[in-house]
Write a protein that binds this ligand. Structure first.
Ligand code: FAD
Ligand code: UDP
Length: 367
């Protein structure tokens, strides 16, 4: 018997929405189910006082993948925003990522040669391949920057000491011997004009979306409605946690409207001292060069994840990776189900990588 839909897509984040868009272009019928009250997953923006508030944390689009960049630019316009966060350490401001502006302020120096000499001298305590995040950080930028800008921020962010964390986390950040505060090395960067909802609306235009619908609350009925499933939720939940639960880091956001036009002069300020309980403050209007009378700021607190909380960051250490492999092997033998996205692939994916992954999955499916 013909089913009502070709695809049931669980989750309306970027993976689910991009897949739905491609499926629709190929004449397929899709139903997207989303347990939240809105579409878009973690890129969702809510308009407050005329400002697009990044409800699940600051999202800056950046990529070097030309095809992904062309894909999103065919749908929406990007505003040219370049992310240049600053760090506030006990009241002193330092530029991020670690570059000549940071080195100059930290050591009162002016040239790349002086910066290299400082770092060379301060990294002597680490010999050989860095075994953890602390060693990796010291070997990249020396002890002073590690102590002031990395150690406590990282500990707050991950709830673990830097000696217990894998080195790769810090390798995401550029280290530059030029005066350049661009947080990313990618070729293309920006924020969709009008916020991320413009992108999500375009992707889901003409697609059936059921909000406030948890797949697991009606699994059999929903599964029976389509020939295939695209699953972007938690991988372990799909298999009823049979190999144990994968761990995440969660976040808590405290948002307030302020009766002033400019609170901190930058979209992102990281608090890198141990005493401040939050990791950063986001002032949303600066993502879109806003001129509104009021401003909206969000304090971001990192916290231990427990079942039922939003799972923001996968914790890709050896323990979790071993559990993930078991689930992933099992997923390969699941017929007519495509697993994709940050949660189902248990990967610390940026937006462009999720879009790439969804485009590839769709290309394979609709070839
Ligand atoms: P999600 O956005 O998580 O979407 C999954 C969706 O599935 C969710 O809407 C969820 O509610 C739904 N769902 C889950 N289970 C079920 C179920 N059982 N039934 C129904 N629906 C379900 N990337 C960048 O490129 N730049 C950045 O600056 C950046 N900043 C970030 C900041 C933070 C704080 C975080 C957490 C992430 C950031 N990212 C950033 C990453 C970016 O958010 C992700 O790459 C992207 O949003 C992932 O899309 P997704 O579709 O895989 O997952
Ligand atoms: N980091 C840090 N100090 C900062 C910013 C980042 O020590 O001011 C470290 C921290 O360990 C963090 C990692 O660099 O987890 C990656 O930072 P990024 O901003 O890429 O993380 P995101 O917030 O995007 O996950």
């Amino acid at each position: 018997m013909t089913k009502e839909y070709d695809y049931l897509i669980v989750g309306s984040g970027l993976f689910g929405s991009v897949f739905a868009y491609r499926a629709k272009q190929s004449g397929k019928r899709c139903l997207v189910v989303e347990k939240r009250s809105h579409a878009g997953g973690n890129v969702y923006c809510e308009t407050v006082e005329g400002i697009n508030v990044h409800k699940y944390g600051a999202h800056i689009f950046h990529t070097s993948d030309r095809e992904v960049w062309d894909f999103v630019n065919d749908l929406v316009e990007f505003n040219g925003y370049i992310n240049a966060p600053v760090a506030n350490y006990k009241g002193t401001i330092y530029n991020l990522p670690f570059n000549m502006n940071t080195f100059s302020k930290m050591w009162n120096i002016t040239t790349p040669a002086q910066a290299r000499a400082m770092i060379e001298n301060q990294r002597k305590s680490v010999s050989g391949e860095p075994a953890n995040l602390e060693e990796q950080a010291i070997s990249l930028v020396g002890v002073d920057i590690y102590e002031k800008l990395i150690k406590s921020y990282t500990q707050k962010q991950w709830g673990k000491s830097c000696t217990e964390l894998p080195a790769f986390i810090i390798k995401r950040l550029p280290v530059r011997y030029v005066y350049d505060n661009n947080y990313f090395n990618d070729r293309y960067q920006g924020i969709p004009v009008g916020g991320y909802q413009t992108l999500i609306d375009k992707l889901l235009d003409g697609v059936s979306v059921k909000l406030n619908t948890d797949y697991f609350s009606n699994r059999e009925k929903l599964s029976a409605m389509a020939d295939k499933i695209v699953y972007t939720g938690l991988l372990d939940e799909y298999f009823d946690f049979c190999f144990g639960a994968l761990e995440y880091r969660s976040l808590r956001f405290e948002t307030e409207i302020l009766e002033l036009d400019n609170f901190q002069g930058n979209a992102v300020v990281n608090y890198t001292d141990p005493e401040t309980p939050y990791t950063r403050i986001i002032e949303h209007k600066h993502f879109e060069f806003g001129k509104q009378k009021k401003t909206v700021v969000t304090r971001e607190y990192s916290m231990q994840w427990e079942k039922g909380m939003e799972p923001y960051y996968p914790i890709n250490n050896d323990h979790n990776q071993a559990i993930f492999e078991q689930y992933w092997n099992r997923a390969q033998s699941e017929r007519n189900v495509i697993f994709g996205g940050r949660l189902a692939e248990y990967k610390y994916y940026d937006m462009d990588k999720v879009i790439r992954s969804a485009l590839d999955a769709a290309a394979y499916e609709f070839k």
